[in-house]
Design a protein. Structure first.
Length: 300
């Protein structure tokens, strides 16, 4: 039988053993895959994710009322093959929301300034919805920088947003701004396991932010959601059009009309997808985009 002295020796080292067990079993703090940056886009700072490497950059632009998190399910796959840059558009999510113009021309100018300062080499611009119209505008204005474009259910041809923007006036725009602010808790603003941010930014929420309500209202009043209807035909770069067959926001019914205006295009339809195929069927969308970027040919 062990002596009391031996028992006492075990009790002396037991606390150290328990601390060691706790330390080993404790979940390790993992570093986020990416770190957010706030980079200048002319007169605003935009929250940015940069990843990957290569000669060609995929520049990702989200839709109205959304954020760069719309690309989360495809961004890392893109980064395995190319450089990738995704931003929150001015006025949205984690970017600045100044009391200034949010017209198509003003927004395009900010994105052009961002590209010229922060993105070198050829660019394939990838835009969804409102971001699709901005992507097309960049292709038109900067053929020297934009090698090709991917437009996912783009605005610009016909009024989108499910008819919300058919008519717009200040009180309606303000009400929609309040709605977007109040629903912010349903959409991801932060994910610190994927995108690292300083505490001051990670604690920010769109809910109750009057600058966000004002910015979204001004977008609705000033941004022309059919502002490229007469200009799509002037795009000379290869264009990949992606569309959900069940899209209730920018209906697939306009896809053929828009595609017929483009001199070099491919149209891919996802019959069972809605307005955000990059979230609904990310693997399929990523495969189509990577295939196109690898061989941006035309089909008729």
């Amino acid at each position: 039988m062990p002596s009391p002295l031996r028992f006492s020796r075990w009790w002396l080292i037991t606390p150290a053993l328990l601390l060691l067990i706790v330390f080993i079993d404790r979940p390790r703090q993992t570093q986020p895959l990416h770190q957010a940056e706030w980079l200048a886009a002319d007169d605003v700072r935009v929250r940015t994710v940069r990843a990957g490497s290569g000669d060609t950059t995929l520049f990702l632009l989200h839709g109205f009322g959304e954020s760069l998190f719309t690309w989360r399910s495809v961004l890392d796959r893109f980064a395995q093959h190319h450089r990738v840059v995704a931003i929150d558009l001015p006025g949205f999510a984690g970017s600045d929301k100044p009391d200034t113009s949010y017209s198509l021309e003003a927004m395009t100018g900010r994105l052009t300034a961002f590209m010229d300062q922060w993105i070198g080499g050829p660019i394939v611009v990838v835009g969804h919805s409102m971001g699709g119209e901005l992507a097309a505008a960049l292709a038109l204005d900067r053929p020297d920088r934009i090698a090709a474009a991917v437009l996912i259910a783009p605005a610009g041809w016909s009024v989108g947003l499910g008819g919300i923007a058919d008519t717009m006036y200040p009180d309606k725009a303000a009400a929609i701004g309040w709605y977007l602010s109040s629903r912010a808790f349903l959409l991801p603003e932060h994910d610190l396991e994927w995108l690292g941010e300083p505490d001051s930014a990670a604690g920010y929420t769109l809910m109750g932010d009057p600058a966000y309500r004002r910015a979204t209202a001004r977008v609705l009043q000033e941004f022309d959601f059919r502002g490229l209807r007469e200009r799509f035909a002037a795009i000379r770069q290869p264009v990949l059009l992606l569309w959900g067959g069940l899209d209730p926001v920018i209906p697939f019914a306009i896809a053929d009309s828009l595609a017929s205006q483009l001199s070099c295009r491919q149209l891919v339809v996802f019959p069972n997808a809605l307005h955000r195929p990059q979230l609904e069927i990310p693997d399929t969308v990523a495969s189509e985009i990577l295939r196109f970027v690898g061989n941006p040919r035309c089909s008729y």
